[in-house]
Structures are given as C-alpha cells and as structure tokens.
Write a protein that binds this ligand. Sequence first.
Ligand code: NDP
Ligand code: MG
Ligand code: MG
Length: 340
Amino acid sequence: MAKVYYNQDIKDSLLQGKKVAVIGYGSQGHAHAQNLKDLGHDVIVGVRKGKSWEQAEKDGLEVQTVRNASEAADIIMVLVPDERQTAVYEEEIKPGLRAGKSLVFAHGFNVHFNQISPPSDVDVFLVAPKGPGHLVRRTFESGAGVPALFAVYQDVSGQAKEVALAYAKGIGSARAGVLETTFKEETETDLFGEQAVLCGGLTSLVKAGFETLVEAGYQPELAYFECLHELKLIVDLMYEDGLSGMRYSISDTAQWGDFVSGPRVVDADTKARMKDILTDIQTGKFAKGWLLENQLNRPEFSAIERQEEEHQIEKVGRELRSMMPFVKAGKKEQKEVVFS
Ligand code: NDP
Ligand code: MG
Ligand code: MG
C-alpha cells in the first residue's frame, strides 16, 4: 500500500511565518487562497486587474499584481491555466523568484513537458488536489477535504517534502489523504484520467447513450434523465462504497445488465484505444498538440466547443434543470442550502 498522509502526520508549523502567494483566482485559486486563509495562514493573491481581482477583494483577501505577489511571498503557487503559465512565469513570477523560495504547481504539465525551467536555487514541488477547485472549497467548508497528490521536483532547502505536506494540509486535503508521486506520474495520470475516463470518456458515453435512445424514437427528456441526470446518483454510490457497494443498491436486474452489457460497451478495443491515448500523453504528442492549438488561438477548440454546446442533450438539459432548482443547490451562490 502507498503511504497516505493525514492531518495528524503533518506539521503545519512549516507554513508559519511564511507568506504564500496564490497566483490566479479561478477554480483552484479561490479555493486554495480561502482555505489557507481560514486555517490562519498568511496568504496574498496575485492576479491582473479585472474580475478575479475584484472577487478576491470581495472575499476579503489581500490582492496584488502577480509581479508584486511573487516578490513578497516565500511560497508561490501557480494557479493560472496551464497554457498561460509559461508566459506569466517568464514575465511576472521569475523576476521575484529569489533563492530559497518555493515554486509550486497544482499540475506538473509545464515543468514535465519542458515549458517552464525553474532556476536551480528554489524548491519546486506540486500539490495537486484530485478534484475540481469548487469542490476543494465546498468540501473544506463542510469540514471535509479533497484528496491530493504531492511531488518534489527540486529540494534545495532540504524541507521541500515537509512544506508540500504542510501546504496540502493547509488547503484541507490531508483530511482526506495525501499521496506522494512524481511530476511525471502526476502529469501523465491526470491527463489520462481526464481524457479517457472522467471527462472525455464520460461525456462521450453519456452522449452516445442519449443519442441511441433518441434515434430509436424515445423522448429526449426521458433519455436525459436516464443517461445524464441519474449518473450522479449512481456515481455517488460508487464514491461512497465502490463498485460492489453501488451494485448492492441497484436491482438484481440492473446488476445482471451491468455484468453482461457493460463489457460490450467498453471492450478490448476500447481498452486498446485507451492505451493509444496514454501513449500520446507519455510521448508528449498530446501536450504538443495542445500547446500549438493555443499558439494558434484555439481554432479547433472553439469550433468543437460551439458544436458541443448545440447538442440536443444540452438544450433538453437546460429546460429540465430549470425546473429542478435543487440540482444547483451545491453551487456557490446557494451553498447555505447544502451546509446549513
Ligand atoms: P482557471 O482557468 O480557473 O484560472 C483562471 C485564473 O487565472 C483567473 O483568476 C484568471 O484571472 C487567472 N489568469 C489567467 N491568465 C492570467 C494572466 N495572464 N495573468 C494573471 N492571471 C491570469 O485555472 P484552474 O484553477 O482550472 O487551473 C489552475 C491549475 O490547477 C492548473 O495547473 C490546472 O491543471 C490545475 N488543476 C486544476 C483543477 C481544476 O479543478 N480546475 C484540478 C486540479 C489541478 P482573470 O479573471 O483576470 O482572467
Ligand atoms: Mg485532475
Ligand atoms: Mg488536469
């Protein structure tokens, strides 16, 4: 079994007396900054003027330009989008990154794929929550946490591992469990997970199921409930109790259907294609394509995004969800409903 670190295994004294700059105030940024602050750490947010700046101020945080925040902090957590990190790092973080500081990431992408080469006199590590940023904040507020990985890339101080663990504790992740990894392993598994299973695999599965029912003449509303809405209920059971726990709650008819039909949907060919996807990640082919797509101002990304937004499942879903306001109760603006 891998060693899993929990709150009681970690000294948070290593963050005391240190200033943490959270660069970016988006999905991960707002969660890291607010969780650290709630646990009494010295946090400053680094962003450019605009919506994020205003939001961070509204949330009661000290806000500075990325350049000033990087100058002022001992620990610099880079939470701007991966494809923007290199430019922000070169222009605004690097000038303030003096010897003895820590440069931290929540995903190994840019270091692993050679986009950012940190100087040799700073600690470099990652703390990567295994969940969307909004849940990093929401679970923290409910007294729980999202598990995280940490990895040390460069240890100049001799304390990089302890500081990484203290940071993970500071965002609430050590309530759920923190695992050690490497930049390579975190980067490759994170990309694979989101492409093959969590995001890409799942959205394609949902759409194919929905289209199959609608093309066979069934009502789109029914197909939506069956193939998308109910997914959360099933996934919640898997989250709580694993595959067998979920199967315990469904009918035996559903379980028999799971056993005989599941492997027909995801078969050996699917797995072979998953291996191809993993190979493209490992060889850097995926990273290269994504970096080039960004350099070209995202022609393909934008076109696919538009097409996907026009899919019938989205239109039907918007209508049905407007009649189920409780579905959105977990969203930030209504979180009192969930946690009161
Ligand atoms: P977001 O897309 O949510 O980050 C947006 C933030 O970055 C905004 O505050 C935005 O400010 C700021 N920003 C963008 N460009 C600049 C710039 N040029 N200068 C200053 N600020 C800028 O990012 P994520 O939170 O999704 O991702 C951050 C990191 O966390 C990535 O490395 C990602 O891989 C990793 N990660 C993300 C997860 C997630 O749940 N999303 C899960 C685990 C890891 P503005 O409002 O001004 O545009
Ligand atoms: Mg991930
Ligand atoms: Mg990711």
